[in-house]
Write a new protein. Structure first.
Length: 267
């Protein structure tokens, strides 16, 4: 039996992690969400007795510690795999290039804070809060869901100059993961930054601005990957991510890898 905790589990990739892991009744799956009453995760939990929904906001250190305590009560104080998936962006500034960032201290904080609060601060608090459980686990794996948008080679090849705050936050996450891996190596705890690919997590019909943005990104990404046709679905992304997590060992601990298990096939 394996135990998993997933932050940001109420929708998108996080919820898909819960769904696929819960399909094995031998797994214990802890869905960490800000709102335990969220219909989608509540319905999933009602259909799978091995799913436990736990309230936790990764941007609030007190809330994260309470979530870890609640998780310990479910698992007997141990955890095999922690997947820090929580993510937030300021959609109003996602399309801006670096030179378009305003000379306004408050505005730049509003643009950067959502991504930094979830990727960097939230990554620290979540990892540290759940660390005692991981130390008592068998697999001892910690995974932070990152992005190829933080890979400098892809940025250069595709010419992706927008999504500044998001990309910088994920790059910071990647360095943070490497630091954790260096610290944890003597304790045989493995840490990984994992890009899930370019995933279609939009629910319902896409508004025209989103369609336009995806078309724009597709053209950029095709400069790096000419055969790329578009986004993949959460089911494919998570299935491949879980395969990478299964192979996580000391040799690849600290790296940023794609859902394909390498640093080349980002899509």
């Amino acid at each position: 039996m394996s135990s998993y905790a997933i932050t940001g589990a109420s929708k998108g990739i996080g919820r898909e992690f819960v769904r696929q892991l819960a399909a094995n009744p031998a797994n214990t799956v802890l869905a960490i969400v800000r709102n335990p009453e969220s219909p989608d995760i509540s319905e999933l939990a009602s259909n799978h007795p091995n799913v436990h929904v736990i309230k936790g906001d990764v941007t609030d250190p007190k809330s994260v510690l309470e979530a870890a305590s609640a998780a310990a009560a479910v698992t007997g104080g141990q955890l095999d795999v922690l997947i820090h998936n929580s993510n937030a962006v300021d959609m109003a500034t996602m399309s801006l290039n670096p030179t378009q960032i305003p000379f306004d201290a408050q505005a730049i904080r509003e643009a950067f804070d959502p991504s930094f609060s979830t990727a960097i601060y939230g990554g620290l608090w979540t990892t540290n809060a759940f660390l005692p459980l991981i130390e008592n686990g068998i697999q001892k794996k910690i995974v932070h869901i990152s992005s190829a948008m933080a890979d400098v080679d892809l940025i250069k090849a595709a010419g992706v100059s927008n999504a500044v705050a998001y990309s910088v936050a994920k790059a910071g996450m990647n360095v943070q993961v490497a630091k954790y891996a260096a610290e944890f190596a003597p304790r045989e705890i493995k840490v990984l930054a994992l890009s899930p690919g370019w995933v279609d997590t939009w629910e319902g019909e896409k508004p025209f601005p989103v369609v336009q943005a995806n078309e724009f990104l597709l053209k950029l990404f095709q400069a790096a990957e000419p055969e790329l046709k578009g986004q993949i679905q959460p089911e494919e992304s998570v299935r491949k991510c879980l395969q990478v997590i299964e192979r996580l060992d000391a040799e690849i601990s600290g790296l940023l890898l794609s859902h394909n298990g390498d640093r080349i096939r980002w899509f």
